[in-house]
Design a protein around this ligand. Structure first.
Ligand code: TLP
Length: 339
């Protein structure tokens, strides 16, 4: 049976060109600093994001964990948006690896009000831990792929700077934000001190994320990556896919956004779903379901359509290069038949 897989953009398979690039990639031992392809990817990512340096890491989670560990002294507080991936879905590395206290702050569509941010910043006293870092997410996964505009990041950065705080951006899908808002990725990155973005999501690489920052930050990050067991050897075979993706896979994200919109329009017609298609900006579609999400997803699976139960009363569909308009139509048809 043909499968239409909307569970995540992480399910994307490498392209034929990526496999070819893997075969041709010159490699060396990257822990010894000898892998030319990884160096090329790190340089390309730094150029595209306008940071001094970048580091190839195995996953987005490790990239975020390293960033927090580098920026935040143990026993301090890290401000996180309440629904962020970093706070909710990275198996508590804030507590376990960095030994910091998360201070979750409410937001509207992933955007913490700068005034609320200001009020959440704490100074050290005999009783209190000081704030050491502010983390944001763009696009925002659990808010349904919302894109945070550069102007908002600028406002946040202003407040953070007033208090001498670095800002880390979980930009797992920053290129989706850039494509949706029709802005260069550099316009976002100039307002943050470090960025993590994923190659293994909509950009379709098999593995890998990039951590970007100053030379000093990346030097420290390299040590933490090694400590966490993320130093890799002939990793140029994977970096080669990243180079291909950054050069060729970014602009096509617009197609995923179009398909997500079409999917949302169809899902809006299902009687037991609630969704406003106007809210869908990028490639993530989250519907509220009156029927049990687990049961709905199981029934869809039987018909070859996959989506993820996404918390109480919610189901998430993600569009990506390996689902097309036909898959979208099929998903809507299957759901209509189920109602
Ligand atoms: N997100 C995954 C799941 O964990 C939910 C997905 O399918 O969307 N930041 C953001 C905003 C993410 O969405 C994810 C992965 C990560 C970080 C972590 O990346 P990985 O999976 O590479 O560790």
């Amino acid at each position: 049976m043909k499968i239409s897989d909307f569970r995540s953009d992480t399910v994307t398979k490498p392209t034929k060109e990526m496999y070819e690039a893997m075969v041709k990639a010159p490699v060396g031992d990257d822990v010894l600093g000898d892998d030319p392809t990884t160096k090329e990817l790190e340089k390309l990512a730094a150029d595209m994001t306008d940071f001094e340096a970048c580091l190839f890491v195995p996953s987005g989670t490790m990239g975020n964990a390293i960033a927090v560990r580098v920026w935040a002294e143990e026993g301090t507080e890290v401000i996180v948006e309440e629904m962020s991936h970093l706070y909710n879905s990275e198996t508590a590395h804030l507590a376990v690896i960095s030994r910091v206290m998360p201070r979750p702050v409410k937001s509207n569509r992933g955007m913490i009000d700068p005034e609320d941010l200001r009020k959440s910043i704490r100074f050290q006293t005999e009783h209190r831990a000081r704030t050491s870092l502010v983390c944001l997410e763009n696009t925002h996964n659990y808010w349904g792929g919302k894109a945070l505009p550069p102007e908002y990041l600028e406002e946040v950065s202003k407040v953070a700077k007033e208090h001498n705080l670095p800002v880390h951006l979980d930009g797992a899908r920053i290129f989706n934000a850039a494509i949706f808002l029709k802005r260069d990725v550099k316009e976002f990155t100039k307002h943050v001190d470090s960025l993590m973005f994923c190659l293994s999501k909509g950009l379709s690489c098999p593995v890998g994320s990039m951590l970007c920052g100053s030379k000093d930050f990346i030097e420290k990050a390299r040590r933490v990556r090694k400590m966490l067991g993320g130093g890799m050897r002939q990793v140029g075979v994977l970096a080669a896919c990243g180079i291909y993706a950054l050069r060729n896979m970014v602009s096509r994200l617009a197609e995923d956004h179009l398909n997500a919109k079409k999917l949302a329009e169809g899902l809006a017609e299902i009687p037991y779903f609630k969704i406003n298609p106007d809210d869908v900006e990028t490639n993530i579609v989250i519907v509220e379901s009156e029927r049990d999400p687990e049961e709905v997803c199981e029934k869809m699976r039987e018909k070859g359509v996959l989506a993820l139960p996404f918390g109480p009363g919610r189901i998430r569909f993600v569009t990506h290069k390996d689902v097309n308009e036909e898959d979208v139509e099929r998903a809507i048809k299957v759901l209509k038949e189920m109602s």
